[in-house]
Structure formats: structure tokens, C-alpha cells
Design a protein around this ligand. Structure first.
Ligand SMILES: [Zn+2]
Length: 238
């Protein structure tokens, strides 16, 4: 079974004073049987130095297992087209890091253009914000493929995310750091087609997060979609 981790952090973290190295990610992948890994920069590092996006891209040219995502800067610059990025990471835009949304960002005139261009580029964006922020953001989109990490767990109550976005076919969820019970509730309600496996290294481990999905009481075919096929469809891998 092909397994792709859809959510990991690569490189140095300014605020945490640590670094997730290429070797660390490759080791965890080998130990878990993961064939490819989506990587994006740490927020604090990207905010301090936008050049990290370029360095991350260069590393993926060296390491074929890596799938690079672009960290969307506070200028709301869309994912550069044709550069080799497969997706983007939107992280508490202009907010207090990992803590609260800045609702002013929703009133930013550039937001409409950002969404319009991103819909044209048609790559997925992992979007982490509070529930109320996410709700307004999603309403502004038509086809933008939005991946809500942790089934919404860091932005509020996952059940609110589920109830509100169950009918939105362009909204996806990743399983990182969420409980198996919650993952099952999501699968029950929206099916397996919009759920992606992610570990959120260094906040989770690949082995533990993968074991969680593999242990779900669902048929292997559904697991296969969650573990790689849904992501492949999103990023256009054949
Ligand atoms: Zn993360």
C-alpha cells in the first residue's frame, strides 16, 4: 500500500530553537513504510526569512521523496506557479502564532485576489485558523481545495468544522494529532474521500499517526484513499 504523509514540518524553527532535518524525516519514513512526505517550513522561520521557501524547494530537488508546499507569507502572495510547489500552507495569517486568528486579514483587499489566483493555480492549501475565521474564508471560495489540519482540532471543536463543512466538496481534513474516534466520526459523515493522513512531525510521529489510521475499523480500500490516493488526486500525482 502506497503511503504519503501529507503534513510535516522541515528545517529550522526560530521559536522552538530546534530543527527537523532531512535525515530525521527520511528515517521516520523508512521505519513506517511511508513512500513520500509533504514538507513545509515552520511558520516562525518563514516569517523571519521568506527565503526558506526556496531552500525547501532546493532540498526537494535533492530528495525525491519530498513533496514541497509553499508557506504563504503575510503579503498573501499566492503559490508561485510552475516553480515545483504542490500546495501551500496558510497559517494563522497575521495572527498571534499558533494561538488566535487575526480577523482583519479577512477584510484585506488582497484576499479576494489571493483566492481567485489560488483557484486558478488549483493546488491545495493547508489552512489553519480558528473555526469562525475558517467559516468566513471558506464562504469566499468556490473550488479552492482547502485542507483543514487536525480535523480542525487546533482551531476549535472538530464537530463544528464537520457540521459546517460536510457539504463543501472543496474542504478536506487531515488526521494529524486527532483521536481515532473523531476520525471515525468524520468518515461516517463525509466518507473517506476527503480525509488525508498526516503526522505533523515534530508534533506527532509518523509511526504513531500511521498506526492510528491503520487501526481504524474500516476496510483496507478506504484506508488506501486516506493514506495516499486522496492526496495524489489533490496534487495531480498519477
Ligand atoms: Zn503542522
Amino acid at each position: 500500500m502506497d503511503i504519503i504523509d501529507s503534513h510535516t514540518h522541515w528545517g529550522p524553527s526560530v521559536t522552538m530553537g530546534t530543527e527537523v532535518t532531512t535525515e530525521e524525516l527520511l528515517l521516520q519514513a523508512e521505519q513506517s513504510g511511508v513512500s513520500r512526505i509533504v514538507i513545509f517550513p515552520f511558520p516562525s522561520t518563514a516569517l523571519a526569512d521568506e527565503g526558506i521557501n526556496q531552500r525547501l524547494l532546493e532540498e526537494t530537488n535533492r530528495i525525491k521523496k519530498f513533496i514541497p508546499y509553499y508557506y504563504i507569507p503575510e503579503t498573501m502572495k499566492p503559490i508561485p506557479d510552475g516553480k515545483g510547489f504542490y500546495g501551500g500552507k496558510w497559517h494563522w495569517m497575521r495572527g498571534v502564532q499558533d494561538c488566535s486568528s487575526n480577523y482583519q486579514a479577512l477584510k484585506e483587499p488582497k484576499l479576494g485576489e489571493f483566492i481567485e489566483v489560488s483557484e486558478r493555480i488549483d493546488l491545495p492549501i493547508v489552512l489553519e485558523e480558528e473555526f469562525a475565521f475558517t467559516e468566513v474564508f471558506v464562504k469566499k471560495t468556490k473550488s479552492l481545495k482547502i485542507i483543514i489540519p487536525h480535523l480542525g482540532g487546533l482551531g476549535g471543536n472538530p464537530m463544528d468544522f464537520l457540521d459546517t463543512f460536510k457539504g463543501r466538496e472543496n474542504v478536506y481534513f487531515d488526521t494529524a494529532l486527532s483521536s481515532p474516534d473523531t476520525v471515525l466520526k468524520f468518515i461516517d459523515k463525509i466518507g473517506h474521500e476527503r480525509i488525508l493522513f498526516g503526522s505533523d512531525i515534530p508534533f506527532g510521529t509518523m509511526k504513531w499517526e500511521l498506526e492510528k489510521v491503520l487501526s481504524l475499523p474500516i476496510v483496507d480500500e478506504k484506508k488506501e484513499w486516506i493514506l495516499s490516493k486522496n492526496l495524489k488526486r489533490l496534487i495531480g500525482f498519477t
